[in-house]
Design a protein around this ligand. Sequence first.
Ligand SMILES: [Zn+2]
Length: 191
Amino acid sequence: MTSPTRVAGEATTCELPKYNPNQDYYQLYWDLYLQNENLMASVCNESCITDDLVADCAQIEMFYDDNVEKLSSERYLHNGRKRHNRRCADELEKDFICPYEACNKLYGSEGSLNLHIKLKHNGGNKTDREKIAKSLVYANAKGLNLPVEQLTQQLNLPPKIVYTAAESVGVDLDSKVLKSLEENLRKQNII
Ligand SMILES: [Zn+2]
């Protein structure tokens, strides 16, 4: 019996490995499986560390914002000078504005704004917020009755979220309906 010989220059990249009767494939399978498990665990671990760091950053940012506001108003109150409305260069680059009333915090990225909404306003994460808003829009467009109370119990949804959701899913609800949905949400949030 002749064994197949490899021709010089033949492409080897797509070739299946030859069966080797001396190789313990079962062992090899488990080795790879465990290596893969370890890799997945470390990816998971790294992503947890990243999440923690991003959350820390958001909290530092919030702390900084609150104190800058407080300190600058105190300073100007003490020496009687008019408070400047000029924003520093750093702030001018921040164009993600918090949608909640009377907050107006600015962030440099959507991620930081979302964290702020989650931590400061109990608005949950972006996906959950949008899911609820879109469900409301769909339900209303199809004449279904959704339990708004249940949907919004846990989260303090930002104003205008129903408008945005209607726009993004291309459902054309009239302004009266949108307004009543928003008001309904607002009522839930105040409680
Ligand atoms: Zn805010």
